[in-house]
Write a new protein. Sequence first.
Length: 53
Amino acid sequence: MAKFPEAETRIFKNVFICRKCKNKVRAPNMKVLSGKVKCRSCNSKSLRTVRKK
């Protein structure tokens, strides 16, 4: 997929996926871990990181 570091950071850094509706949310890691960030469309707080292929 991404072959150079700029693309790696753009695609994977601070990007999380909602476990319910599969929307992407860009937020800082610590806010997601503390539960302060929720999905914009379904208001769920269950987020996961982007999987690297």
